[in-house]
Design a protein around this ligand. Structure first.
Ligand SMILES: *Cc1c(COP(=O)(O)O)cnc(C)c1O
Length: 374
């Protein structure tokens, strides 16, 4: 079986270091906002090219608190992409604001920047670009629009830890950058965890209160905050893993090159772009191809020991919770088409060339059988 993601292969490389880090926290018993939290925040801020990082309890909570810190409230509209993980949109709903979905670009799979302007209204307060699958959104274009219309920018970098847009880290362009450290992410904890990056000291101070019951000092509560802290144990684990993130991201890029080498000759599937502007890097949280025969190929691969998946099979505006968000039946042609064609192949740093050859052979076999049958 070749899994989609292999957390065990990664844990085996670092298990000794992780156990030492966990034991240090256990010996100290500083479980809530302990030393490892502030050390991780400093290290992740430095890594991300931001002044500050606020450790929080998940990526969803990072997005929610980020919008709260920007005072997004009922009556406001927030623009994001129609193909993203639902958490991006949930965070907008938590603030009582209205999510406004914009279709995606067929080349990048990210928000179609040329369609954003038509979605801006007098109520629009913010844009959430999502660096989906690990590929950076064109942040020059996003920031230009945000400046023109005076909008806040919250980057959802939950799938793109360490990705660069023209030499600068994603998460450091907007007012706030949000990260998930869900176990399967490029930088994953061993439970739920998240982080927010910023270079704005006022937002930083506001977020430190928001994540901790609105409390600057024990039993003093200056605002209605939440219990959304990053656990000390998770921070200790993340500190160990952060040291390896860049090399794991390079290994992911090598896996993508190997996929291109072995799948490049198959006409029935479209591979993701791997060439970018200089200084721009894709960190391949997911390796997503497209094919007209998606459902059949997915089943074939699963039947042959290859765990493929779909991110995401149901567009946000077709989810039960969000049927009201579809602007018109024709508003999302690319998202609509791609939700039936996209296929995520196994992607993790330890994936070997022999596995990729095996996957390529299965895909070739599938299409050769199709050719015979039709
Ligand atoms: C994973 C993810 C989230 C949510 O993060 P959690 O840590 O699971 O709450 C939000 N947005 C995107 C794009 C994600 O991939």
């Amino acid at each position: 079986m070749i899994p989609l993601v292999n957390l065990q292969a990664q844990y085996q490389q670092i298990s000794d270091e992780v156990k030492i880090a966990i034991n240090k926290v256990l010996d100290k018993c500083d479980f809530i906002l302990g030393e490892s939290v502030s050390l991780f925040e400093d290290e992740f801020a430095k890594f991300s090219g931001a002044e500050y990082c606020i450790g929080v309890s998940s990526g969803t909570d990072a997005l929610h608190l980020a919008l709260k810190a920007l005072d997004i409230s009922p009556g406001d509209e927030v623009i994001t992409a129609s193909n993203t993980y639902v958490a991006t949109v949930l965070a907008i709903s938590y603030c009582g604001a209205k999510p406004v979905l914009v279709d995606i670009d067929p080349q990048t799979f990210n928000i179609d920047i040329s369609k954003i302007e038509a979605s801006i209204s007098s109520k629009t307060k913010a844009i959430i670009p999502v660096h989906l699958y690990g590929r950076p959104v064109d942040m020059d274009a996003i920031m230009a629009l945000a400046n023109k219309y005076n909008l806040k920018v919250v980057e959802d970098a939950s799938q793109a830890h360490g990705a660069l847009w023209r030499g600068k880290q994603v998460g450091s362009f907007g007012d706030l950058g949000c990260f998930s450290f869900y176990p399967g992410k490029n930088l994953g904890a061993y439970g739920d965890a998240g982080g927010i990056t910023t270079s704005d000291v006022t937002l930083y101070e506001k977020l430190r209160l928001l994540r901790n019951y609105g409390s600057p000092l024990k039993y003093h509560h200056d605002s209605i905050g939440y219990n959304n802290r990053l656990d000390t144990l998770q921070a200790a684990i993340l500190r160990v893993k952060l040291k390896y993130l860049s090399s794991w991201n390079s290994q992911r890029a090598k896996v993508a090159e190997l996929y291109e080498k072995h799948l490049g000759s198959i006409n029935e599937i479209v591979l993701p772009q791997t060439q970018f502007y200089s200084g721009t890097t894709h960190v391949y949280h997911l390796y997503v191809v497209r094919t007209k025969k998606r459902n059949e190929l997915l089943k074939f691969l699963m039947d042959h020991g290859i765990q493929a998946s779909v991110h995401y099979p149901i567009p946000i505006y077709s989810l039960g919770a969000y049927k009201n968000l579809r602007i018109s039946p024709e508003a999302y042609p690319i998202t609509e088409l791609f939700s039936g064609e996209i296929l995520s192949l196994p992607m993790f740093p330890e994936l070997m060339e022999s596995d990729i050859v095996n996957i390529a052979e299965k895909i070739k076999l599938f299409f050769s059988m199709k050719g015979l049958n039709s």
